[in-house]
Design a protein around this ligand. Structure first.
Ligand SMILES: Cc1cc2nc3c(=O)[nH]c(=O)nc-3n(C[C@H](O)[C@H](O)[C@H](O)COP(=O)(O)OP(=O)(O)OC[C@H]3O[C@@H](n4cnc5c(N)ncnc54)[C@H](O)[C@@H]3O)c2cc1C
Length: 386
């Protein structure tokens, strides 16, 4: 941490550090796999009871209302303490969206269970034929009376097989631009007609799933915003998602892994130039922290943050750090399992593989570059006629 800190923020850091030292379960500390809900949710609930599960949510909706600096302090101390990571579709995607755009009844029903860890959410955007080109999605929904009847197929749904609820994009009309006729809806995963099949990732875990929807009946009151006008809601969620993926949490965890690997490696086995590379990596993490602080402050003030740039920066920083971990590990990088070294848990490969996802979900890095090129820099769209 290279930044100066106010007395209040320093006191907050100590409070967090002491509490984490006493409360992070030993079995989860510096775990290389993201834990399954059965292992990870007790930790989620412990954080919730301490009041620290939703730093970025306003106090009026049960959040911590933490300043961006305090948010970063929490991330830094959690990385240091090796707290487990978990998917955050409830906390970072649907929660903030319902706070901004949900009806009072939707807020009342869903925000409490998200905070308490009583409801796990998943995101039903991607389909076999609709990823980067999300607006081409084909899961259909028909209005019948005061319900929507949904038929279709979602894929790459993180924790889709564990979730209690899904927020999904469905097609309710197919005339006009593809972005028109998309509706944003909340689906209770216990509804008859839903089938889920886990998919194994490159890292060997089963974090995501396919979800098949066959005549799934959902009350119209579960629509967020208006029928056919869900695209704006969907892109607002994506923007928030990119801001949160762009937070330095993952980079700080990767930096911690790098420090562990350095502590465990005898000086004579370190690759040449590694100290300079590590110093540079630390500066890159601080650059990311600064960019996040700026974006989070802009968001707090209701200004548009450049979340595509932030996501790209976070992804590239994490990838560089984990590449460095592998260089320091040398031949040991070929070992798949984490190994203990005193209090440290050494892992060169698991996190490297898991981090590939950062450049794909929430919109791939190529797509973020396109957005920056066209919407931020005003460059012409590739392939478009002049
Ligand atoms: C770990 C993980 C978790 C995920 N979780 C979820 C989830 O919970 N819910 C959900 O809905 N989805 C989820 N996804 C899906 C994710 O959003 C999509 O994988 C992503 O949007 C890319 O879509 P695609 O896989 O169909 O690839 P494609 O869109 O087919 O892209 C293939 C390749 O082409 C490139 N490409 C595509 N279009 C362009 C372009 N215009 N210009 C330049 N390059 C381009 C892409 O960058 C990529 O490299 C997850 C994905 C991963 C890896």
């Amino acid at each position: 941490m290279l930044r100066p800190e106010s007395a209040a923020d320093a006191a907050f850091r100590h409070e967090v550090r002491d509490w984490l030292a006493a409360h992070v379960p030993e079995a989860l500390r510096h775990k290389t796999f993201r834990p399954l809900p059965v292992e990870g949710m007790p930790w989620y609930r412990a954080l919730s009871q301490r009041g620290w599960i939703a730093p970025h949510w306003p106090r009026t909706h049960g959040g911590m209302g933490a300043s961006p600096v305090q948010q970063v302090i929490l991330m830094e101390e959690m990385a240091r303490a090796g707290t487990p990571d978990f998917p955050t579709q409830g906390l970072n995607h649907i929660g903030p969206m319902l706070i901004a755009r949900g009806t009072p009844a939707q807020q009342q029903r869903h925000l409490g269970p998200i905070l308490a860890g009583d409801a796990i959410w998943c995101q039903g955007y991607s389909e076999p034929g609709a990823g980067s080109d999300l607006a081409s999605l084909r899961t259909r929904a028909e209005v019948r009376g005061d319900t929507l009847v949904i038929n279709g197929h979602k894929i790459w749904t993180t924790w889709g097989h564990h979730a209690d609820w899904m927020f999904a994009l469905v097609r309710t009309a197919s005339s006009g631009k593809p972005q028109h006729g998309i509706t944003f809806v909340l689906i209770d995963m216990k509804t008859p007609g839903i089938r889920r099949r886990p998919i194994r990732t490159i890292a060997g875990d089963e974090e995501f799933a396919e979800v098949f929807l066959d005549e799934v009946v959902v009350p119209l009151e579960n629509v967020v915003g208006e029928i056919d006008k869900g695209w704006q809601v969907a892109t607002a969620v994506l923007s928030e998602e990119r801001l949160r993926i762009g937070a330095p949490a993952q980079a700080l965890r990767a930096l911690e892994r790098l420090r562990m690997m350095l502590r465990a490696t005898p000086a004579e086995r370190l690759p040449p130039g590694v100290h300079e590379a590590v110093a540079l990596a630390e500066v890159e993490v601080e650059t990311l922290v600064a960019a996040y602080l700026e974006a989070a402050e802009a968001t707090e003030q209701g200004l548009a943050a450049d979340s595509s740039y932030l996501k790209l920066l976070a992804t590239d920083t994490v990838h560089r750090l984990l590449e460095l971990v592998r260089q320091v590990a040398g031949p040991a990088a070929a070992l798949r399992d984490a190994t203990r070294h005193g209090a440290d848990l050494l892992d060169a490969t698991e996190m490297f593989l898991q981090a590939r996802r950062l450049g794909i979900y929430g919109g791939s890095s190529e797509v973020q570059r396109n957005i920056i090129a066209t919407r931020v820099l005003g460059l012409p769209v590739a392939g478009a006629k002049p």
